[in-house]
Design a protein around this ligand. Structure first.
Ligand code: ADP
Ligand code: MG
Length: 360
């Protein structure tokens, strides 16, 4: 179970003036961890609420396990929603909070309900807290209680809307791993919404990148990172952001080069075959494909800042009027240097056309 398909889903507000999402086509397998990621306001929550039945789409269909559920009420959908804010009942014990949705179900025996609550508590490591009130729990434990509340419903899929956004960074990292483990154990589909590209990369089996109401790309974390469909995806995924430099294609008898205000980069055969003389392209390359040398690189740059990231350093450079970033192994580039020669691994570069679509 848990195979969810969105077909051309569109949702507008204010009589059509605000297009929250449009032409959303996503196919999710049962047991898959799908992350919707994109900047604030891009339509993630609206898309998730359409799946949940909390919004009615203006167009398109939502199909779960082959059944069109577009017209079905939220409570009749076999899906559990975990909200951004942790909405526990303060006067109820953890046990009652977890059991809350189950109590609405008349077709389950008392023993079955107890069994489900205890099993969820065990999975979530909440056995010791069952008789406490939410206020006596840490933020992470409270978020696990809200997960438990969804788990006991044994839904075909979980829908989670930025469930960790209220947690501090350490706890968020911990909860990511916990949720991923739980999902592996339950083998239930999860649709997880976040604006955080790093969270998306660490959690998703499949990542759906959205911008401005439209799906930009769907793929595995590696596909999204290595083969971005367009300039937006390239820029949004990965930190530090990739270098994106506007260039003009120059084709001469001696070959093809990409000319920018600060350098001329020779094209690879594949790149050369995809462009025309005089064309404007954006040359994109991730920071890890730039390396610093004493000389012999493709251009020189001023070394502005060396930012330690742990095992690696982010190097911030300026060449001409262009800011660039590189990532190098820890300590490889001395902070004392003013100028470096930069070599790029040109076969790892992307080319985007004037509309931002990737051509190589
Ligand atoms: P995200 O979750 O990616 O931040 P949302 O789905 O919440 O984005 O919002 C997408 C767009 O739709 C935004 O422009 C937002 O202001 C608008 N929107 C969302 N819900 C409503 C609503 N109930 N009424 C009017 N506009 C809305
Ligand atoms: Mg949202």
């Amino acid at each position: 179970g848990g195979h969810i398909r969105l077909e051309g889903v569109r949702k507008t507000f204010d009589g059509g003036d605000i297009v929250a999402c449009d032409d959303v086509n996503i196919s999710m397998d049962g047991g898959e961890f799908v992350v919707l990621v994109g900047p604030s306001g891009c339509g993630k929550t609206t898309t998730l609420r359409c799946i949940a039945g909390l919004e009615e789409p203006d167009g398109g269909r939502i199909v779960v396990d082959g059944e069109d559920i577009t017209g079905l009420k939220s409570k009749d959908r076999d899906l559990a929603f975990v909200f951004q804010s942790i909405a526990l009942f303060p006067h109820m014990s953890v046990r009652k909070n977890i059991r809350f949705g189950l109590d609405m179900k008349t077709d389950l025996s008392k023993a079955e309900k107890r069994e489900r609550v205890e099993s969820a508590a065990e999975t979530l490591g909440l056995e010791e807290t069952l008789d406490r009130k939410p206020a006596a729990l840490s933020g992470g434990q409270q978020q696990r209680v809200s997960l438990g509340r969804a788990m006991v419903m044994e839904p075909a899929a979980f829908l989670l809307d930025e469930p960790f956004s209220a947690l501090d960074a350490n706890l968020r990292d911990h909860m990511r791993v916990e949720v991923k483990k739980i999902q592996r154990r339950l083998e239930t589909a999860m649709v997880f919404v976040t604006h955080d590209q790093e969270e998306a990369m660490t959690l998703g089996d499949k990542i759906v990148v959205m911008n401005d109401g439209y799906v930009q790309q769907i793929g595995t974390p590696y596909e999204i990172y290595n083969e971005p469909a367009n300039r937006f995806v390239a820029d949004f995924i990965g930190s530090p952001s990739p270098n994106l430099v506007e260039c003009t294609v120059e084709r001469t008898a001696s070959g093809v080069t990409f000319a920018s205000d600060f350098c001329r980069i020779p094209a690879t055969d594949e790149q050369a075959a995809a462009v025309q003389d005089g064309q404007t392209v954006v040359y994109g390359i991730r920071p890890e494909y730039l390396s610093m040398r004493d000389d012999g690189g493709q251009f020189t740059a001023r070394l502005d800042v060396v930012e330690p990231l742990g095992d690696r350093d982010a190097i911030h450079l300026t060449s001409g009027d262009t800011s660039l970033s590189a990532v190098t192994p820890q300590g490889e580039v001395s902070r004392d240097r003013n100028e470096v020669s930069v070599a790029m691994q040109t076969d790892e570069a992307w080319l985007f056309d004037e509309h931002g679509e990737r051509i190589v």
